[in-house]
Design a protein around this ligand. Structure first.
Ligand SMILES: Nc1ncnc2c1ncn2[C@@H]1O[C@H](COP(=O)(O)OP(=O)(O)O)[C@@H](O)[C@H]1O
Ligand SMILES: [Mg+2]
Length: 298
């Protein structure tokens, strides 16, 4: 397929996906990591841009309620925050930002309590609003906080697919192992894939992946899928400093090309949505799980 035909098809796909698509399935992926600083936000936003350049509509939810950073990373000025939505002053539509590469972003708000600490009414309002908007997109990507706190668990186990970002450091592997252990044993999650970020070459990436895969398969009886790797690339840091997205600004850089390959793989691996998936499942799960702690503490 030549470039022009590809672009035309992308355009047609985009035009088709622009209006509401009530019958189509929105794929919900959470991007997570055992520890912070491994490149979760960079992976989520650039994966979003790469999926958008394949012709899909993408919504990124910055679920790090305590520490907003997708908007900072991309130099976007929020028109309002989730705080305003929770107070009923703004609709979620009012605060959705247009990001680079035509992705849409729901920015998080610093200072908003964690999801499980919100009152039922606020939680319901927030989730209903996100659900209403997310239905319009082909992909909902969630940039979760790091670690194994309650909200991380809720978002990860409600999402149909959990993408773990690791790097080659032993602490990243042990923390991701701990995350997969809790998600699989306590929440019954079985669908994990892995992106190895910030490594020198493919052999370092596959070595890190294999180490993790061997441990989780042996001790947790869980399968993990390899989605690909992103090399250490000076342009990433440069983009962070300039508050730009590498996949939009430098699409032919090493890191962007590898993110594009990951996006193609994500897109090829269609999950069985009859088992688990789709927006309805995601929001029902999220609501049930976040309400459970509340009822239990009553
Ligand atoms: N592939 C990479 N090449 C070079 N630097 C990277 C790469 N990935 C991440 N970084 C650096 O790591 C920092 C943390 O990335 P970030 O996505 O904010 O991590 P997280 O969201 O997991 O805390 C970035 O600001 C960037 O400087
Ligand atoms: Mg982050």
């Amino acid at each position: 397929m030549d470039h022009q035909t590809g672009s035309r098809m992308n355009l047609e796909k985009r035009e088709k996906s622009a209006p509401k698509r009530p019958q189509a399935v929105t794929r919900v992926l959470s991007v997570t990591s055992g520890k912070g600083g491994v490149g979760k936000t960079h992976t989520t936003t650039n994966l979003g841009i790469a999926l958008a350049s394949l012709g899909y509509s993408v919504l990124v939810l910055d679920a790090d309620l305590g520490l907003a950073n997708v908007d900072v990373l991309l130099n976007l000025k929020p028109k309002g925050t989730l705080h305003d939505v929770l107070k009923g002053n703004l609709r979620l539509d009012d605060i959705v930002l247009e990001g680079p590469g035509s992705i849409s972003i729901i920015p998080a708000a610093s200072g908003v309590e964690e999801l499980h600490e919100l009152k039922s009414e606020a939680k319901l309002l927030l989730l209903e609003e996100i659900e209403r908007i997310a239905y319009r997109y082909d992909y909902l990507l969630i940039d979760t906080p790091a670690g194994i706190g309650s909200d991380v668990m809720y978002f990860n186990s409600a999402a149909a697919e959990v993408v773990c970002v690791i790097n080659g450091e032993p602490t990243s592997l042990t923390d991701t192992y701990a995350l997969i252990k809790v998600l699989s044993s306590t929440y019954g999650e079985k669908n994990f894939s892995v992106v190895v970020n910030n490594v020198a070459d493919e052999s370092e990436a596959t070595a890190a992946f294999k180490k993790l895969a061997r441990a989780v398969e042996r001790f947790l009886k869980v399968q993990v899928r390899y989605l690909g790797w992103i090399p250490t690339d000076g342009v990433v840091r440069e983009c962070v400093m300039r508050q730009q997205a590498i996949s939009a600004e430098f699409p032919s850089s090493k890191a962007s090309l590898s993110i594009a390959a990951i996006a193609r793989r994500v897109n090829e691996q269609k999950p069985d949505v009859t088992l688990k998936g789709g927006m309805q499942f995601f929001f029902r799960q999220l609501l049930e799980m976040t309400s459970y702690g509340e009822e239990a503490s009553c």
